[in-house]
Design a protein around this ligand. Sequence first.
Ligand code: HEM
Length: 512
Amino acid sequence: MFPHLILSFFFFFVLPGLLFFFLGHSSTGSKKKETGSASNISQPKVYPFIGSYLAVKSLGNRRIQWLSDVLKNSPSATFTLHSPLGRRNIFTGNPATVEYILKTRFSNYGKGITTTTILSDFLGTGIFNADGDKWKFQRQVASQEFNTKSLRKFVEQVVDAELSNRLLPILASAAAKQDQTLDFQDILQRFAFDNICKISFGFDPEYLTPSVERSRFARAFEEATEISSNRFREPLWLVWKLKRVLNIGSEKRLRMAVREVREFAKNIVREKKRELKEKESLESVDMLSRFLSSGHSNEDFVTDIVISFILAGKDTTSAALTWFFWLLSKNPRVEKEIVNEIMEKSEVPVYDEVKNMIYTHAALCESMRLYPPVPTDVKEAMGDDVLPDGTVVKKGMLVTYHVYAMGRLESIWGEDWAEFKPERWLEKVESGKWRFMGRDSFTYPVFQAGPRICLGKEMAFMQMKRMVAGVLRRFTVVPAVAQEVEPHYFSFLTSLMEGGFPVKIVQRVPSN
Ligand code: HEM
């Protein structure tokens, strides 16, 4: 009890006082600024003790755009942000540096203690939050889930079922009601959540079914994701750590949400283990069954793995598709090309047909270049180092590659970087067909790169292309917001369209 009182006193009286002195005081008169064009943005002022906290604080949720503008104006697209208490974070948009940290010196740049501490309440030691042997083992077993046979099954069973039994009927009903507005971002998130739960542990949360009340598991998962990612934004980490010790506010809600998620997942683990005992082998081929069948039955361990996978697949494809449909609505020429490609395939396209949707593939790459589902990704230096451009790194420093900024660099994409142009990923071959021209993963690290490159990349593309084919064959997705206003892009671990994506669904006229 006594230490709690001291902590409460510090938390409620001393800390606000200090913050008022350093922040409230010096920010007097400073107006909340919008980031302007990249040419106006220079490196922020650094003050003793608080570093560039004031500049960052005044940005609100425009931090990604601001950092991107600063990087555009920094030599070698790299700069060091001074955080409170002398902490330094390096940001880079330089492909050579990205290759250096993600591949050349892979062993020196891991998740590190900072990230793992922030995420461990939620993710434990799951693949997303592990380094070294713990990571290697999970990567090796999980890789088997992403072979062609599993991918085919995923597309032709899981995605097809979710599409034809749930998503398409919802859209058909909205189209019939003409004046109905849907939040397409929310729909896409629910669609992705159902799919990834089926793949990860063979459980269908029925999140997209309109009659089912939002599943408690899904809601708890959302809350745990949001609060965990907010810990990264806390300029003084002492604040969330104190709230955690005192079990108050967001930390109390996090504890409850995590308990709900883990208990739920553990029940499924127990059920599968019982099934395995009775049948000696599991019929299902979800990730959990694979881990259990290979003899790894520690409940906490497999629960951690399942939670990491759900997180990986939950909001990434939905973020990609939200911006993709918005970009299509502004680029009817591209939409027409995609629809032509879809109409060449069967009504229910099989795996190989989906794989061969080259133009759609290019359009998705292009959309994720401008609006990456994971806007930034942070690593921690395990030892002192010097980056290829001469930036000095000290042990424990955070080094972040800024995917959003990299998709907007003229030095990489040329003067027309702001244009949505799938053709920059394509070349026409003699037969008149398109051939896909990929970029190296260090220049386009949307799925990360090097030994930890996203395991679900192929699966994500198959899911997105199958979904796009199913939707655009029948419907047009029309934004119910002013076309000239660009929605705001921000992120909690993964990117989001602020305020959702309100749309109307219109039945497609065949000749369209
Ligand atoms: C458009 C969709 C997706 C994008 C843009 C994406 C992007 C990424 C990125 C940037 C990372 C690195 C994260 C980090 O280490 O901090 C990552 C890792 C990972 N992704 Fe994805 N992802 C997508 C979809 C998926 C899906 C659908 C799955 C699963 C079915 C998946 C499974 C994973 C796994 C397991 C890792 C961890 C790999 C490791 O640490 O070895 N991803 N992804």
